[in-house]
Ligand binder design. Structure first.
Ligand code: ADP
Length: 468
């Protein structure tokens, strides 16, 4: 029987005890791995003095997990370096923050080679392999070098950038060429697929067929959009749990009859937090009658604080929120409540449910699950309004949200005004359409459609000498 092997930078299957707090993706992949009696392979998150390639295998929550430790140099060059200082900013359109350093590139290649060498002996001929995200783009190429002929799929969780941005990356062609070693390459959105096709046609002088087979560099691969979803059923359950109700009650009593606008994000420059604060300031300036009637709760969990750009954005947000509060606060009203900590899923669901508006305005986002969580958590009889950036992958699916341009303060300010005034029947109508999509296109549907598409791909093309 063929097994499924999932590979990602970090491995985090839910433990037997921790299912309540594990993320939806981890739960969905773990469920698939149990079904296919598969294995999850990746970095342990630990660093050691010298790389040994030793694989630790254990069973966690019914899933076989295989991990390797990396060296500190790997963490710096591959993880903090090429992944988080080069590809992450570039793929989120922040060329201004992108580091183009050869040592990072080398670290990235080294770790992908190490992963391939550790993983290859564990692969049986009938297994199929699913590799996740930008940390591991060259992994199929390294595996093929070692003679692995299995079907290998790749899913990119972040956006694929426009061709001209991609071209700023030294050796961009090698990176893209590496994707042609996969049998299937999945993206979050049509926008990303189109951007990839544009690169293939214009930059690599390749072709894309109507069946979405991309050909270039003397090879071909299937491509497609597979928008990721929530573990919707569990999230809806979480939203009506006792913990969620307690949290909602706590929120309500602190709201003193005011309406709440809520934002929940990892503290990342791609999320447009500073722009969001400034748009809210604009809203306060334009709508004096709303002063003291609304407030904005922004929960932003610090992340990647080893990277300077993250320290900088954090300091800027402290400054902007402090300035706005200084200008507008009264003795019993603070316009922005800015919170830097994480919450459990059920607590978060309670917070979402108490919010009259979910404000989700990333400048660029592969998908954005917070938008879907906000919808899933609403009270069907009195749902809040989702305001969503057109630059989140989720906007392709969530057309009944108020779609905004996050770069325009006026646009976002107008949407807040409109959402606050929206009559209940319109709120219900929009929400019903949104929640329907969130429930249908959930994480299990995403996983199953990707795995089915991978299994259906034609056998790997014969290795040919690069014709380009
Ligand atoms: P990204 O993967 O870029 O962080 P997503 O919106 O797709 O963005 O996913 C973020 C996930 O992290 C969501 O499931 C969200 O609930 C969770 N999250 C974000 N901030 C917090 C927080 N403060 N506490 C707990 N979970 C959080």
């Amino acid at each position: 029987m063929s097994r499924l092997i999932v590979v990602s930078n970090r491995v985090n299957p839910p433990t037997d005890r921790g299912e309540g707090t594990a993320g939806g993706l981890a739960m969905a992949l773990a469920a698939a791995l149990r079904e296919y009696s598969g294995m999850w392979f990746g970095w342990s998150g630990q660093t050691i003095d010298e790389y040994t390639g030793k694989i630790a295998v254990q069973k966690v929550g019914g899933v076989t997990v295989a991990t390797v430790d990396l060296e500190d140099q790997d963490r710096q060059e591959y993880y903090n370096g090429y992944a988080n200082k080069t590809l992450w900013p570039l793929f989120h359109y922040r060329v201004d923050l992108t580091a183009y350093e050869r040592s990072f590139d080398e670290g990235y290649k080294r770790v992908n080679t190490r992963f391939a060498e550790a993983l290859a002996p564990l692969i049986a001929p009938e297994d199929f392999i699913w590799i996740h995200d930008y940390h591991l783009i060259p992994l199929a190429r390294e595996l093929r070098r070692l003679g692995v002929k299995n079907k290998i799929g790749f899913f990119l969780h972040i956006p694929w950038p426009a061709r001209r941005l991609m071209a700023t990356l030294p050796k961009h062609r090698q990176l893209v060429e590496a994707l042609f070693e996969y049998d299937l390459v999945g993206f979050q959105s049509e926008d990303s697929v189109t951007a990839f096709e544009d690169y293939v046609v214009q930059e690599a002088k390749g072709t894309v067929s109507r069946e979405r087979r991309a050909s270039a560099f003397g090879r071909s691969t299937r491509i497609g959009a597979f928008p990721i979803g929530l573990d919707a059923e569990h999230f809806v359950e979480a939203a009506t749990s006792q913990e969620a109700e307690m949290m909602q009650g706590r929120m309500r009593s602190s709201m003193a009859g005011r309406k709440m606008i809520v934002g929940v994000d990892r503290l990342d420059y791609s999320k447009g937090l500073e722009e969001r604060f400034l748009a809210y300031e604009q809203f306060l300036a334009d709508n004096a009658e709303q002063l003291e009637k609304v407030f904005f709760l922004q929960i932003a969990t610090p992340s990647r604080d080893e990277v300077e750009a993250y320290q900088e954005i954090r300091a800027r947000l402290d400054g902007v929120s402090g300035r706005i509060n200084g200008a507008y606060a009264t003795v019993d009203w603070v316009p922005i409540r800015y919170v830097n900590r994480g919450y459990r899923r059920d607590e978060l669901a309670g917070v979402y449910r108490a919010g009259a508006i979910g404000l989700v305005t990333p400048l660029r986002d592969g998908m954005n699950l917070v938008a879907k969580e906000y919808v899933a958590a609403q009270d069907p009889k009195d749902p809040g309004v989702l305001i969503l950036s057109r630059f989140a992958g989720a906007a392709e699916q969530m057309k009944d949200a108020l779609i905004v341009n996050p770069f325009s303060r006026e646009d976002v300010s107008d949407a807040i005004k409109r959402a606050l005034a929206m009559p209940r029947p319109e709120r219900i109508k929009r929400w019903e359409a949104l929640v329907d999509g969130v429930k249908t296109d959930d994480v299990a549907a995403w996983r199953d459609s990707f795995v089915a598409a991978l299994r259906e791909t034609a056998a790997p093309a014969l290795q040919v000498v690069s014709g380009d």
